[in-house]
Design a protein around this ligand. Structure first.
Ligand SMILES: C[S@@+](CC[C@H](N)C(=O)[O-])C[C@H]1O[C@@H](n2cnc3c(N)ncnc32)[C@H](O)[C@@H]1O
Length: 188
């Protein structure tokens, strides 16, 4: 990932919360809808391209027993996200700077990997996901979202890295998509 992207989003971070819809119902509705789809309750959650942290903090509220991590290439985004954590004695929520192309966690670290309005890093999302875990890809403005990835591409590319598409839909102005990593089958 180029330093240009990092610089661009460092600048964008300065007024991200006041200039964009981040954290509003419009922004979070696709994620809020996707997490209601039937599935196991996640224990370890990652938000990729978390920006100023609104998606990760929403997931922390939604799954109060889960540990939640957020990663973003922009140090300025992460500084702003970290300031929002507040009282968190168990260090359940943490944000760090890093590139989604080379996620700094071992394989199979998470059972939910989510993202809002962000390019999709298929291989890395799959690598850090436990068997049986899910990815959620949302775009708050649907096809109008700058990093929108068409559903047929999400279907095809996630299948290639071992995930089975489970559902997708529209809600408000946004879109959501869920895929599950194949669980390991034992026995003969
Ligand atoms: C359109 S913003 C969305 C931010 C946040 N998810 C939201 O919805 O408010 C895209 C975010 O992805 C981050 N980003 C872009 N490329 C990235 C990469 N390769 N690794 C990690 N973060 C990246 C940017 O720094 C930026 O914060």
């Amino acid at each position: 990932m180029s330093a240009g992207v990092e610089r661009f989003f460092d600048r964008a971070a300065l007024d991200w919360d006041s200039r964009t819809e981040t954290g509003t119902p419009t922004h979070l509705e696709p994620l809020a809808t996707a997490v209601l789809e039937e599935g196991p309750v996640p224990e370890r959650i990652l938000e990729v391209g978390c920006g100023t942290g609104e998606g990760a903090l929403f997931l922390a509220r939604e799954f109060p027993r889960a540990s939640v991590r957020g990663i973003d290439i922009s140090g300025e985004m992460i500084r702003r996200a970290t300031r929002k954590i507040g009282l968190d004695p168990d260090a359940r929520v943490a944000f760090r700077v890093g590139d989604a192309a080379t996620l700094p966690w071992p394989s199979e670290s998470f059972d939910l990997v989510a993202q809002i309005n962000m390019p999709v890093f298929f291989s890395e999302m799959s690598r850090v996901l436990r068997p049986g875990g899910r990815v959620i890809v949302t775009c708050s403005m649907g096809e109008q979202t700058p990093f929108f990835t068409p559903m047929r591409l999400l279907n095809r590319r996630f299948k290639k890295v071992g995930l089975e598409p489970e559902g997708s839909g529209r809600t408000g102005s946004g879109t959501w998509f869920i895929a599950r990593k194949q669980a390991v089958t034992h026995g003969g």
